[in-house]
Design a protein around this ligand. Structure first.
Ligand SMILES: [Zn+2]
Length: 420
């Protein structure tokens, strides 16, 4: 991805640097050769050349570009799980994914970790973004997800003889789990996304208290992935699934819904990050009926929401790492509404705005494995910055309003916002 050749100076706004530190009023951020040179009080800012590109953030907030830690670029606002796989051909889903990536950047998200993709689309989308062919967040790619046969993602009955086309690699036993990871290694993914458990969305045989993979399969995934220096994460609702994942050596936990004390200890022992994705549950409860969700599914989402919120707060208060990401890409959680996640955590989970922003920036960068170059506004890091009109510490929901975004910068280049 190109870096700005011009010096950039952002003045007059308050600074939230992503470290969790209090906001700095009347701040200044300078960017040279695409990297942050200075971020702090305006009085101590270094001089900039007269031809520097100047952004006036008066009345606004300067913060690191947001990081979506559970992004599904190929989910095209589907109305049913089944649509995720073969509703459209891969060619069209690739174009939809590029449009979703562009939209995410326009919403202030300068980086994202994929939580799974149809075929290998996110791997190639990442390449296209890095080569500046299309705009979007800097991506960590996952490619196809892995699930046990008969588990949550294996929804096509055998009599239809259509199996699973591009979304998920279905495995039976440790050997097939190893083979699936080896395929992903060749595909070029960085994260292996698995399905240790079911979900409220599938209440009959794969609900949120059921398992979709065995420990042996999960352990085989981790051993193979780690050998090739890939990281492993998993969709973990049921308590036993969370513990299986942590004991198998997972590098992250998605959802972590029914987290008991033993699971929490296992999580904290290795400082494994967790991405709860909770606004999805709230939206399912509120909007599910209009998309034909049964009462049983909605009741399951209620149980998930309650336990998930409690677990997320417990992890943060115990000093654990929580990433912000939200499974956006369903009809009731369409792309472009990612920042609802942040509002939800402040208003309904009990995170402070600064804690939430820390999760959505610095923690996200750590999850991406790029904490050394992204996630905070500190000297030496890449110039990925969001400048927004308004005080996001006083009202975090401002981040949901794209009209308020003045500028979204990657490597010091304004890619989106009113100034683009
Ligand atoms: Zn997901």
């Amino acid at each position: 991805m190109k870096l700005s050749e011009q010096v950039v100076v952002i003045r007059n706004g308050q600074l939230v640097d992503g470290t969790g530190a209090a906001a700095v009023p009347d701040a200044c951020v300078t960017i040279e050769q695409g990297h942050i040179r200075y971020a702090g009080p305006a009085v101590a800012a270094p001089p900039v050349p007269p031809d520097a590109f100047e952004i006036d953030a008066r009345g606004g907030t300067i913060l690191p570009g947001l990081i979506e830690s559970h992004f599904h670029p190929t989910y095209f606002n589907v109305e049913a799980l089944e649509d995720l796989d073969i509703k459209y051909p891969v060619e069209y889903v690739t174009l939809l994914a590029a449009a979703n990536a562009k939209l995410a950047l326009e919403c202030g998200y300068t980086s994202a970790r994929s939580g799974g993709s149809l075929f290998n689309i996110d791997v190639w989308l990442k390449k296209a973004i890095e080569e500046d062919l299309v705009t979007g967040p800097r991506l960590a790619a996952s490619g196809r997800e892995i699930c046990g046969v008969g588990g949550l993602m294996d929804w096509n009955p055998d009599f239809r003889r259509i199996g699973m086309e591009g979304l998920v690699l279905l495995v039976n036993g440790a050997d097939e789990a190893r083979a699936a990871v080896r395929k992903l290694v060749k595909d070029g993914v960085e994260w292996v996304k698995t399905y240790p458990t079911g979900d409220a969305a599938a209440p009959d045989v794969n609900d949120h208290h059921s398992l979709s993979m065995t420990f042996e399969e999960m352990h085989a995934v981790v051993a193979t992935a780690h050998n090739h220096r890939l990281k492993v994460t998993g969709h973990c609702r049921a308590t036993e699934g969370i513990k299986n994942a942590l004991r198998a050596g997972y590098d992250a936990i998605e959802h972590g819904t029914f987290m008991d004390d033993e699971a929490l200890d296992l999580l904290l022992e290795r400082n494994v990050p967790m991405v709860p994705a909770l606004q999805f549950e709230k939206a399912s409860i509120e909007l599910g009926p209009q998309w034909g969700m049964s009462q049983r599914v909605i009741d399951g989402h209620k149980e998930t929401l309650e336990a998930g919120a409690e677990s997320a707060l417990k992890v943060l208060r115990a000093g654990g790492r929580v990433g912000m990401g939200g499974d956006y890409g369903f009809a009731w959680t369409p792309h472009g509404t990612y920042a609802k996640e942040l509002t939800f955590f402040v208003r309904e989970v009990g995170f402070t705005p600064l804690e939430t922003l820390h999760c959505a920036t610095k923690t996200g960068a750590g999850i991406l494995g790029r904490g050394h170059e992204l996630g905070t506004l500190e000297a030496g890091k890449l110039g990925d910055v969001l400048v927004i009109d308004g005080d996001v510490v006083a009202d975090i929901s401002i981040l949901e309003d794209r009209q308020r975004i003045l500028a979204v910068l990657q490597g010091g280049i304004v890619k989106a916002g009113r100034l683009a």
